[in-house]
Design a protein around this ligand. Structure first.
Ligand SMILES: NC(=O)c1ccc[n+]([C@@H]2O[C@H](COP(=O)([O-])OP(=O)(O)OC[C@H]3O[C@@H](n4cnc5c(N)ncnc54)[C@H](O)[C@@H]3O)[C@@H](O)[C@H]2O)c1
Length: 381
């Protein structure tokens, strides 16, 4: 019989829905040595919580997330709440011996992220961070090609994460308040592309050379009122950096790029070729193989959906029957369960120590923007 690990989820909104779907679906598609039980969901909104639990398939619902720590039946806790509570929740669950899968960024501040990394070090439990874009099949293929040295030495990494929903009409959500989010587009979007870049290149960033941070919309309507409150996080942050091996990198995140809904793009240029990927066409990996004859020289579009060839493809649909946003979470759940069953994931799942390295890069960029100087990562601890 397949073993079961009971899971509890904290948070019942956007990520709460995405993760519920993944925990529920995984057993229907993946043959795994361990399967999840949807034990408990914890949320703040008592009125909608029971209906959420019922619809998403959770066995129990509670408004007291701390009770989860004392429940011996629960083996893993999924933290899907705003950034400022990640630390409190994750540390409490680790101290209770539970495995923790926490949303990104690891925390709103470097100090919180460090405390989480240290709690993970002290615990025997495993930690995971939902950098789910690593689990797009085309990104998995890019990772394989990078490991096979198909583009050789890396020269440039160019990554942009552009969204457009953060204009002046968008109310003062938690994402626009430093005390809840830590930063704005930076921690939200640059976190993803810094993680992707570190993951694909397989090296650490050693220096941030310069960063620009801007808050264009300084006041927003407080939800449920007519009053305005201060938005004190960045709307956009751009920065330049270097990898350990010398590759240059540029990162740009904004929520004010009109026309770009969820435009997460990364391109890597190396001595033998290049790779390019964009979330809005997430099944496609563009590969430029610089070793072919000049007659056939050009970008190749690979639709990474072939069974037996491309990551996760065997679990899903016939070749070319594409996957989408939700599959990235289910693929990540499959790899989390593999790790917990002491099997190898398809490729590395970030843990708290890994996500802390991304957080250090984000912090270096903020310091660079504030002090108008270059910042070595060795100075950010
Ligand atoms: N991986 C991704 O692609 C992705 C996408 C969006 C958000 N996120 C991350 O997921 C996390 C949650 O974001 P979201 O978009 O789901 O936010 P959201 O506002 O949609 O949902 C947050 C949920 O947390 C609950 N909550 C807040 N404080 C709580 C508390 N003290 N106790 C219990 N519940 C509490 C809220 O009631 C709500 O249900 C953030 O860290 C965010 O950065 C990741």
């Amino acid at each position: 019989m397949t073993r079961t690990i009971e899971v509890a989820l904290i948070g019942q909104a956007f990520m709460g829905r995405a993760h519920s779907n993944a925990w529920r679906q995984v057993r229907k598609f993946f043959d795994l040595p361990l399967q999840p039980g949807l034990h408990t969901v914890a949320g703040r909104d008592e009125e909608s919580l029971a209906a959420f639990a019922d619809r998403q398939g959770w066995g129990r619902a509670t408004t007291r997330w701390r009770d989860i720590a004392a429940d011996d039946e629960i083996g893993l806790v999924d933290v899907s709440t705003p950034n400022h509570v990640h630390r409190e929740m994750a540390v409490a669950m680790l101290e209770a011996g539970k495995h923790v899968a926490c949303e990104k960024p690891l925390a709103g501040t470097l100090a919180d992220a460090r405390a989480m990394r240290d709690a993970a070090r002290r615990s025997k439990a495993r930690t995971f961070v939902w950098f789910n874009y690593r689990r797009c099949p085309a990104i998995g293929l890019a990772w394989q090609l990078m490991r096979e040295k198909r583009i050789g030495r890396v020269y440039h990494v160019r990554a942009t994460y552009l969204q457009s929903w953060g204009g002046p009409d968008t109310p003062l959500l938690w994402r626009f308040q430093k005390k809840h989010a830590g930063s704005g587009a930076h921690g939200d979007l640059n976190a993803h592309i810094v993680d992707l870049a570190r993951f694909l290149v397989g090296e650490e960033i050693v220096e941030v050379h310069g960063a620009v941070e801007r808050t264009f919309v300084k006041e927003r309507v407080i939800p449920g009122t007519r009053k305005k409150g201060r938005s004190n996080v960045d709307d956009s942050v751009a920065f330049l950096a270097s990898f350990k091996g010398g590759a240059t990198a540029s990162f740009e995140a904004t929520r004010l790029a009109g026309g770009h809904l969820n435009d997460n793009t990364i391109e890597i240029n190396g001595e033998h070729g290049s790779l390019r990927w964009n979330l809005e066409n997430l099944n496609e990996l563009w590969f430029y193989d610089g070793t072919v004859s000049p007659r056939e020289d050009g970008w190749r579009r690979i639709v990474a959906t072939r069974g037996g060839e491309h990551p996760y493809a065997d679990a899903w649909w016939p070749d070319g029957h594409i996957s989408g946003y939700e599959h990235t979470f289910t693929n990540q759940v499959a790899d989390i369960l593999r790790v917990l069953a002491r099997r190898k994931p398809l490729y590395p799942v970030p843990d708290f120590a890994d996500a802390y390295e991304t957080q250090r890069v984000l912090e270096a960029a903020l310091v660079s923007a504030r002090e108008r100087c270059a910042v070595k990562l060795s100075e950010v601890r």
